[in-house]
Ligand binder design. Structure first.
Ligand code: PRX
Length: 602
């Protein structure tokens, strides 16, 4: 679809009315980045190198920066992790304890033959060992592969197979999902299994271990708590995180150790982390926010990080903030909308006075949520924009800038973002176009794992990184999100590829064809809606409907199933046989479908 075609529509319906005029003034006292304009104009990433610990010859390790260096700068006994389990039990771990646990595991992995560049995946809920594993893998120079614990066997197979992972670290609750696909993964040598808590505390319950399976506690027993950190080239891979595109299987985005400079500086500027902060990022490290701003960025700044294993629940969340006296809180619009729906009374039943800075990412943040935040927390919610591919925040509402509710903010120092047309020409303020960024920020994706063509697509407009988002910029340089330029679905801040859901649906014997779109939803941003054609002779009923939803939930992922399914006699297709999702979306939204033959053949 041409930008200009959408421009008319977007200008009429999507540009927030009067948004330019509404500015929430707030005091920018004592923030880490106290002034924007001058700093933006003069900053260069080289200036930030002094904040990062390099080895001789410019070598670096992100994990060394996140953990090891704090043993020599006075933070050795500082709490690095407040780990609260699903039942509310709290454990505290110092930087020294994380260091030692990561070293033991790192040594154990090396004893299994793990080398630099090997892929080691982490399939765990938010528990201590998830953090330890990520650090250990990075320290020995292997590539960490975060996996969201809600993934089902199909999602896991895609990632582990494509990456040729040799090791997965998981626990007894999640292990079955790996067992189910083990025969499809010829490269997977070991599955390291964390037993129930009591196993780790001492006496190991004698559990049956399958072939190629190792017990975590036994594995680290007797391992040295000293490990020489690998000195990596800044361009060596650090983590490999799969994300969804519009077509095909998920793509493995490769990030490198050199990202740490961007992770560190943005955590400092945007999260505004200071020595005494207790910081809670609600994102799971199976998503980029949880890896970058739940582990590397905040720890590199020496912050105390909160990890909560439990599910979303308004009262539990507020209780956690109150209990641990959380000061900086990074969350997502869907969560905030759900909190808003839970009402104000539950907020005021807790003492949230410790909070000083609240942020949100992943989907559009409605201005009314920002205003609600002002009312109940007494603080504006700071929206910011980035992607799995960008590896760090690029556009943000910085504490030192006036905040316009509904806007994602301004580009960070060292980042040049713009709105362009399809030819890469910069557009004027107020015009809708493609959101692009000048390549070269430190955490930019370096590769797509075994898929050069996909990588090249991001840079198809010469001189720009193409984000796949549509947006506009106002006269003061604030960016406003409008929507995806492609069919990628964003449900509750989770990026879902329609193709993956369609593939899971047609695996069900009752489904002959499927076309999947994101349908706007007040709470979740979008929900997944599927249009299906039933197999010959099958008729729909409530049981079958639930069975199909359940099938997708279990095989693909708990968050990626279609909440709505509509049965059709046939689905609109291009001449080459691809389902025209844009037409499905137009039907759903009651928009004119226009001349069908002019729709792009994608
Ligand atoms: O469409 C944009 C949306 O989330 C996409 C990136 O998703 P993911 O790679 O999973 O990373 C999410 C967390 C960094 C973007 O292309 N998105 C991200 N932040 C915002 C947003 N949409 C609107 N407003 C935002 N602040």
């Amino acid at each position: 679809m041409k930008v200009v075609e959408k421009k008319q529509h977007a200008k009429k319906t999507e540009k927030p009315k009067g948004a330019k005029r509404e500015i929430l003034k707030k005091a920018a006292v004592n923030c880490n980045l106290p002034e924007y304009e001058n700093f933006y104009n003069t900053f260069s990433w080289q200036d930030a190198q002094k904040e990062i610990s390099y080895f001789f010859g410019g070598k670096v390790n992100a994990a060394y920066n996140a953990v090891d260096r704090h043993l020599h700068n006075g933070r050795r006994n500082k709490v690095a992790l407040y780990s609260v389990d699903a039942r509310g039990h709290l454990e505290k771990y110092t930087f020294q304890e994380i260091y030692e646990a990561a070293n033991r595991l790192g040594n154990a992995l090396k004893s299994l033959g793990v080398k630099r560049g090997d892929r080691v995946f982490v399939f765990l809920p938010r528990i201590f060992e998830l953090y330890v594993s990520t650090i250990a893998i990075a320290k020995i120079g292997a590539i960490a592969g975060p996996l969201f614990s809600a993934f089902g066997p199909d999602a896991l197979r895609d990632r582990l197979h494509n990456s040729e992972a040799t090791i997965v670290i998981t626990n007894t609750d999640l292990k079955d999902k790996i067992d189910a696909i083990r025969r499809d993964l010829p490269d997977l040598e070991h599955v390291i299994v964390i037993g129930p808590k009591q196993d780790l505390d001492g006496a190991h319950a004698s559990r049956e271990l399958g072939e190629g399976e190792l017990d975590y506690a036994q594995l680290i027993e007797g391992q040295s708590s000293e490990l020489i950190c690998e000195q990596m080239d800044p361009e060596d891979p650090l983590y490999l995180l799969y994300t969804s595109g519009t077509t095909g299987k998920p793509k493995g985005v490769v990030h490198v150790h050199g990202d740490i400079i961007g992770q560190h500086m943005t955590s400092k500027w945007v999260l505004d982390l200071k020595e005494d902060d207790v910081y809670w990022c609600t994102a799971d490290p199976g998503w980029v926010t949880g890896t970058v701003y739940g582990i590397f960025g905040p720890w590199s700044n020496g912050a105390s990080v909160v990890s909560y294993e439990g599910r979303f629940d308004a009262a539990s969340w507020y209780k956690l903030i109150d209990r641990l006296k959380v000061t900086v809180w990074y969350t997502a619009p869907t969560a905030l909308r759900m909190l808003m729906k839970a009402g104000d009374d539950v907020v005021f039943e807790h003492d949230l006075g410790s909070l000083r800075h609240v942020l949100s990412v992943g989907e559009p943040l409605n201005p009314e949520v920002v205003r609600w935040g002002m009312k109940v927390f007494g603080l504006p919610i700071h929206d910011n924009w980035w992607q799995t591919e960008t590896g760090m925040q690029l556009i943000a509402n910085l504490p030192c800038n006036p905040l316009k509710p509904g806007s994602m903010g301004k580009p960070l120092p060292g980042v040049y973002a713009a709105i362009v047309d399809d030819q890469g020409q910069e557009l004027d303020a107020g015009e809708l176009g493609r959101l692009v960024v000048k390549p070269g920020w430190p955490a930019m994706l370096r590769r797509i794992w075994r898929n050069k063509d996909k990588f090249d697509e991001y840079f198809k407009i010469p001189g720009w990184y193409f984000s796949g988002d549509n947006a506009w910029k106002d006269e003061e340089g604030y960016f406003w999100f409008v929507g995806r330029a492609d069919d990628v679905i964003n449900t509750s801040g989770h990026r879902v590829g329609p193709f993956e859901v369609e593939s899971a649906l047609v695996e069900h014997p009752a489904v002959a064809e499927a076309g999947v779109i994101g349908k706007p939803d007040k709470e979740r941003g979008e929900i997944i809606k599927a249009f299906i054609v039933l197999a010959n002779g099958v008729t729909m009923n409530d049981n079958l409907l639930n069975e199909i939803k359940d099938h997708t939930r279990k095989t693909l992922a708990a968050h990626a199933y279609p909440r709505e399914i509509e049965v059709k006699d046939s689905l609109p297709k291009t001449r080459s046989g691809k389902i025209m999702r844009r037409l499905l979306k137009a039907w759903e939204l009651g928009l004119p479908t226009g001349d069908v033959s002019s729709l792009e053949d994608d």
